[in-house]
Design a binder for this molecule. Structure first.
Ligand code: FAQ
Length: 331
């Protein structure tokens, strides 16, 4: 109602011009550092758009790691052997670790983890569409390792060279662990295809259902996107379609080695030296992004429940930390 800024109009205009000039200079300097392949660190000046884009992408990434534990968690009690159970538990714990590093990395941009988690639970923030598909059989668990972690690595190796230092550094360890995840998934399917006919059929079925959604993990087609500021800022180094193609080219020979039937329309193109593949069902993709996937409600309800039921643990930990602080101050 009242204007508390006591500067004259002339003073305000002058300040605005100065601000603009400073911002332009800052922005030019910032872009020069990016072009020179320098890392941007938390306390460095950055354009608001860069900060926002990173918080969005990193929080979405962290949420994906955390929500991604749910489809696999369903199988811990049903893993076929003790060895497989131990591997699965180790993998799920790794995913939790990835989520925590990436939340911490995103917090260095000034958004609290509580805020990011609230945004996930309110439906404002996204997580990868792939985790809204169910894991119906044990072969699906292997296929998640092979295809979902495989797609994640393809996407994330370039992120080790992302211009934002904390994200890039977190990705180095994450990619090493995802690589183990991909191999264990592939190895478990390799064991199954050497088994009974029913096991082979189960692997084929998992591949048929999860192959296309794993291609959607790379995001919408380039033709839908305006030229990306993201690439200029070197947050992303390759476009969604480039990475999707790279993943298809790596995955089809692996599927052949498993003895799987390759989906119709996926064919080697001698001219391009790549596999051609049909247009994905982008209506399905957007429906899942918007919350209409088979498991969207289930996943979010599980996360909300976990946060509510864990509230007393967080309160106890805070009370304990407070007590320790008082004791240390008294010593
Ligand atoms: N799902 O302009 P673009 C994992 C959204 S971790 C949902 O192309 P961008 C580990 C996008 O946010 C897997 N939403 O966006 C694991 C944007 O939304 P906006 C996760 C999607 O950011 C394995 C809009 O559509 N990995 O798997 C998806 O430049 C096994 C327009 O899209 C990462 O997050 C999608 N698939 O590129 C855990 C990697 N795709 O702004 C357990 C880091 C797009 O309109 C078990 N993220 N959207 O609100 C990225 O590299 C990028 O964010 C992309 C999207 C490539 C996902």
């Amino acid at each position: 109602m009242y204007d508390t800024d006591l500067r004259t109009a002339e003073e305000k205009a002058k300040a605005q011009r100065g601000l603009k000039r400073d911002d332009a200079e800052n922005e030019a300097q910032f872009q020069a550092r990016i072009d020179a392949e320098e890392f941007i660190e938390p306390k460095d000046w950055m354009p608001e758009g860069y900060r926002k884009t990173l918080v969005r992408q990193m929080s979405q990434h962290a949420h994906s790691e955390i929500v991604g534990m749910l489809p696999e968690g369903n199988w811990v009690t049903r893993a076929p052997t003790l060895k497989r159970k131990m591997i699965l538990v180790a993998k799920i714990q790794d995913e939790a670790g990835h989520g925590l590093y990436i939340y911490s990395g995103a917090e260095t941009l000034g958004t609290s983890r509580e805020q990011m988690v609230d945004d996930l639970h309110s439906g404002k923030a996204k997580y990868s569409t792939i985790f809204n598909y169910p894991t119906m059989t044990w072969a699906d668990v292997g296929a998640v390792g092979w295809l979902v972690d495989g797609a994640a690595i393809t996407n994330q190796i370039p992120l080790c060279r992302c211009s934002y230092g904390p994200y890039a550094r977190a990705m180095i360890r994450v990619c090493k662990e995802e690589s183990f995840h991909q191999r264990q998934g592939y190895e478990s399917l390799l064991a199954m295809v050497k088994g009974t006919d029913a096991q082979k059929k189960m692997v084929q079925d998992a591949f048929d259902r999860l192959f296309w959604p794993s291609l959607m993990m790379f995001g919408p087609p380039d033709s839908d996107q305006p030229p990306s500021q993201n690439m200029k800022w070197k947050i992303k180094r390759f476009t969604n379609d480039e990475l999707r193609q790279r993943f298809v080219d790596a995955t089809i020979p692996q599927a052949e080695f498993l003895g799987l039937k390759i989906p119709e329309g996926v064919v080697w193109n001698e001219d391009t030296n790549h596999y051609d593949f049909p247009e994905l069902d982008w209506d399905e993709f957007w429906a899942v992004v918007k919350g209409d996937g088979v498991c969207n409600d289930d996943r979010l309800n599980s996360r909300r429940k976990a946060i509510d039921e864990g509230a007393w643990v967080r309160e106890a930990a805070e009370a304990y930390a407070e007590k320790q602080k008082i004791q240390q101050a008294a010593e």
